[in-house]
Design a binder for this molecule. Structure first.
Ligand code: 4AD
Ligand code: MG
Length: 475
């Protein structure tokens, strides 16, 4: 068989395809002595129609009922102008090989409307559906555009660690890392590894990470800052973890974050970077994933293409937290959570601001009360607020959270003490302020929320291949 990396653009084709139930047609419809099959190789939403005549080698497999939805086949043939009205070209098969069959009685992805909730229970097979294929392709395009944007702007990619001793956000929402001690292989009855325990049989937390406490990172920001203060502009892009027991459509226990960090920069530079980045990646997807975006526009969120085009073309709105609170207090809508200065904005408030108050435009809210934000944010002159920013978008709410960082050693030390954080564990972070401190700023963007925003998919569990949420780590 020809390698898939060889040039396939020639008259005689050999294609490896999955027979799918994703077209609006039945996969096979009999017409005289021909069978029309809808096949898909994963490169696009649309299937290609393969016409297999009764004289073609392999036709007997179809007649015997062995080629069903979900089967994988290799088809050799010629691309010809289609006789049908639904497609321009079709594959006139000269040979069909059944590579892997399916049992139609038990195959879980049959051709009928399957709810996304059901598809989560078959996460190993759901990429075979149109929707999940399109999400995977758009996700890839967004990741590619992310690297391209930062590369074009001279940023260096920093691999921030997944295992860490520090809690960047100071919220205590961390998963603990435990070392499994390999047991003796001499006794086949003992398990290969066991959790370290004390004499009383309790878990020995002092053994967490070879004797030291360690956690899965909630954010790569602090590590990013170390490189920004050396190389100027950097970004991280990797998995992050939050041990929050949130069962919402926009929270995951494991999600990917993109965290640029800019040296010699203030909050305004940070806002400009966030705006340019978001517009760039959205434009990239609109230009490079046209067919997938048309699919989302038709089947997932009507007019998503128009909405995203506006994001690229219109300037983002900017309000301060104080202005946002005033706006929300004047709103006619009854909110579940009260709006008062000093309280964090809830998802319903964020969505009201971007969807109703500013008619679908992304909104950047700045200068939040210091009590509701993290220790590292730069304090404003008023003594009450910090130079923070959240970027809110329709349907998702908070997409980006960022700030100018506190670069003044004594102010940062005071804040760490006020909040009762363990100053010793931040010694290396404080060193960045001791030696050649510079104003710097950055932000974190939740990559899955970006995929939600770009595809219109409502639940965050459906934009990551294998979602990790409370009680869900099966696949
Ligand atoms: O606002 P957050 O908590 O900010 C930080 O972690 C900063 N250290 C980022 C920085 O300045 N470098 O998180 C940033 C973004 C949020 O705006 C949201 O998009 C996403 O990360 N996020 C989540 N996404 C999915 N599931 C969760 N549980 C998330 N928590 C945050
Ligand atoms: Mg936040």
């Amino acid at each position: 068989m020809q390698s898939r990396f060889d040039k396939l653009r020639r008259t005689h084709l050999i294609m490896c395809l999955l027979v799918q139930m994703c077209s609006s047609e039945l996969p096979f419809s009999r017409c005289f002595s021909f069978i029309n099959m809808q096949v898909n190789d994963g490169s696009a939403v649309s299937n290609i129609q393969a016409v297999v005549g009764s004289d073609v080698e392999g036709y007997d497999k179809i007649e015997a009922g062995l080629v069903n939805t979900g089967a994988s086949v290799a088809i050799e043939g010629v691309l010809v102008e289609s006789q049908g009205s639904k497609q321009k070209v079709e594959l006139k098969a000269t040979k069909l090989t059944l590579v892997g069959g399916t049992d139609p009685a038990s195959f879980p992805i049959q051709k009928k409307k399957l709810s996304r909730e059901y598809l989560r229970s078959v996460a190993h097979l759901r990429p075979r559906t149109n929707t999940f294929g399109a999400v995977a392709r758009v996700r890839t395009a967004l990741a590619f555009a992310t690297h391209q944007f930062f590369r074009e702007h001279g940023f260096v990619w920093v691999a921030s660690p997944i295992i860490t001793a520090s809690d960047c956000e100071g919220a205590g929402e961390q998963f603990c890392v435990t070392t499994l001690i390999p047991s003796s292989h001499e006794d086949p009855k003992t398990p290969l590894s066991k959790v370290p325990t004390t004499k009383d049989g309790l878990i020995d937390w002092s053994q967490d990470f070879f004797g030291k406490p360690a956690f899965l990172t909630v954010s790569g920001q602090l590590n990013g800052e170390t490189y920004a203060t050396a190389l100027c502009d950097v970004y991280t892009f990797g998995p992050t973890f939050r041990a929050e027991n949130s069962n919402t459509t926009r929270h995951l226990a494991e999600f990917w974050m993109i965290e640029p960090e800019l040296a010699f920069a203030d909050l305004k530079d940070d806002m400009a970077c966030a705006t340019a980045y978001l517009q760039y990646v959205v434009k990239y997807v609109l230009e490079n994933c046209k067919e997938d975006m048309e699919f989302f526009d038709k089947w997932v969120e009507k007019d998503i293409v128009t909405r995203l085009t506006n994001v690229v073309e219109k300037p983002f709105v900017h309000v301060t937290y104080t202005e946002a609170v005033e706006l929300l207090q004047k709103a006619k809508k009854k909110f579940e959570f009260p709006v008062k200065w000093g309280a964090d904005l809830q998802s319903e408030h964020e969505r009201y601001l971007t969807e109703v108050a500013f008619s679908g435009n992304p909104v950047i809210v700045t200068d939040y009360p210091k009590e509701i934000k993290a220790f590292y944010m730069r304090q404003n002159e008023d003594g009450k607020t910090v130079a923070a920013m959240d970027l809110l978008v329709p349907r998702v709410g908070e997409l980006i959270g960022g700030s100018q960082r506190e670069e003044r050693l004594e102010v940062l030390e005071r804040r760490i003490e006020e909040l009762g954080l363990n100053k010793e564990s931040y010694w290396w972070y404080l060193d960045l302020r001791r030696y050649g401190s510079v104003p710097h700023a950055g932000f974190g963007l939740g990559f899955e929320r970006l995929v939600q925003f770009a595809t219109g998919i409502e639940n965050i569990r459906d934009v990551i291949p294998f979602p990790r949420t409370p009680n869900s780590a099966e696949f």
